[in-house]
Ligand binder design. Structure first.
Ligand code: HEC
Length: 124
């Protein structure tokens, strides 16, 4: 009984130590966190696509909400500045809710880049 208690005690010391070591080495790798654009693409797919369509075409998959803009329309892309797009995301527009309390400025800027990525004329 006493032996069991001792080895359990030893384990309880060894385990956190191992975890701490793992966390430390993980920390070094964590420097290359998923970049903002990758994260924003995921956000678009999970949040924005509900209304804007997974391909940004504005298909909309929320019944009762008019199809929003077609981000795949080169004309639309030309007519909007980055600031226009950012403002719509930050403050909302029409049926679209504002996202300034949800995302950081950096995240919203990355979302603008995702929308630019839908431009068919963007051949860069
Ligand atoms: C509830 C549905 C809905 C969701 C969710 C939504 N939008 Fe929208 N969005 C709209 C609608 C509708 C419009 C058109 C508003 C108008 O002009 O009347 C719009 C407009 C926009 C515009 C401006 C287009 C223009 O006319 O300049 C941008 C940019 C935009 N959305 C980005 C996003 C991003 C990024 C997300 C995700 C963080 C998102 N939207 C989530 C419905 C939505």
């Amino acid at each position: 009984m006493k032996a069991a208690t001792t080895s359990t005690f030893a384990l309880s010391l060894a385990l956190p130590a191992a975890l701490a070591l793992g966390a430390l080495s993980g920390c070094k790798r964590a420097k290359s966190k998923p970049d903002a654009l990758t994260e924003a693409r995921t956000t678009f797919a999970m949040v924005c696509a509900r209304c804007h369509g997974p391909d940004g075409g504005g298909g909309g998959i929320t019944p009762g909400i008019a199809a929003p803009r077609n981000f795949r329309d080169a004309q639309f892309q030309k007519e909007r500045s980055d600031d226009d797009l950012l403002r719509a995301i930050r403050e909302g527009k029409g049926a679209m809710p504002p996202f300034n309390n949800v995302y950081s400025a950096e995240q919203m800027t990355a979302l603008v880049q995702v929308i630019r990525g839908f431009n068919p004329e963007k051949s860069r």
